[in-house]
Design a binder for this molecule. Structure first.
Ligand SMILES: Nc1ncnc2c1ncn2[C@@H]1O[C@H](COP(=O)(O)OP(=O)(O)OP(=O)(O)O)[C@@H](O)[C@H]1O
Length: 252
């Protein structure tokens, strides 16, 4: 059984078919990238998996069970987490408070505003907070305001927040969008570290081909909502349909 199974998935927006009969699977411990030109349907597929969108038809199964009856929170509790959401950090709170909020949500299903005032009453949240900060190397900056962190450490905090729920699968939608080369490198290093140390399964949407080819076990190529190719980086690099659809015939 694959960890994630997407079966004949269709998503229509009015007359537009953004996801057109997509069937793909992701195995445990696999690192998969989803690529394709603008408007290919990559973000739509991620939003279907996180239950931010309802499909028109088809099924998504995680650990063998359909997740279509779950809401977005329940999907996270089932083990699918998404990182690099722009709004995931509270900038004026400390690193520790940000991790506590994520840990509280992971333990109790959702964030309650009065939690931070009564935090001593939740020892399991404290333990998870420490584990989270330790996993991303931020224990030493626990008392720093999130907005004062250097760029690379902000990325670490974001990924820590996504990891607080101890996901089996991490989704990343364009983690390096809008970044400088240095910031991109810091983010790639962090993804490599997570891959090496936590052995997570992940699905990455990324436009930068160098990153995609360096960190993926397998690449899925979407074009106009359909899967046009799937394979290892070497197979995808030489695939004529991919070169045509994705790069207008330019050599990869
Ligand atoms: N909420 C929406 N309502 C209507 N159309 C939408 C909506 N979301 C996406 N679309 C359309 O669905 C298609 C797929 O969009 P999607 O954002 O999934 O593509 P993408 O591959 O992520 O593109 P990009 O690389 O530019 O982010 C596009 O034609 C887009 O305009």
């Amino acid at each position: 059984m694959s960890l994630l199974e997407i079966d004949s998935l269709v998503k229509e927006f009015g007359g537009l078919v953004a996801t057109d009969d997509v069937s793909v699977s992701i195995e445990e411990d696999e690192r998969v990238s989803l690529i394709g030109p603008n408007g290919a349907g990559k973000s739509t597929l991620i939003n279907l998996i996180t239950r931010r969108l309802d499909p028109t038809s088809g099924d998504i199964r995680f650990k063998g069970e359909s997740i279509l009856g779950l809401d977005a929170h329940e999907v996270v509790q089932n083990g699918i987490s998404k990182s690099f959401q722009t709004a995931s950090i509270f900038p004026e709170m400390t690193v520790e408070e940000n991790a506590q909020i994520a840990a509280f949500a992971a333990e109790h299903g959702s964030f309650r505003l009065n939690f931070l005032r009564r935090r001593g009453a939740y020892p399991e949240v404290e333990a998870r907070t420490r584990d989270t900060l330790d996993a991303v190397g931020l224990l030493g900056q626990a008392d720093t305001e999130a907005q004062a962190l250097p760029y690379g450490d902000k990325r670490r905090l974001e990924i820590g927040i996504a990891l607080a729920s101890e996901p089996d699968m991490l989704l990343m939608d364009e983690p390096t969008a809008g970044m400088s080369p240095e910031e991109t490198q810091a983010t790639v290093d962090l993804i490599e570290e997570v891959k090496r140390e936590l052995g997570l399964t992940f699905l990455l949407v990324e436009h930068d081909m160098e990153i995609v080819f360096s960190i993926s076990d397998r690449i899925i190529v979407l074009n106009r909502g359909q899967v046009i190719a799937e394979g290892t980086p070497d197979e995808i690099r030489g695939h004529p349909d991919v070169q045509e659809a994705y790069l207008g015939g330019v050599e990869l």
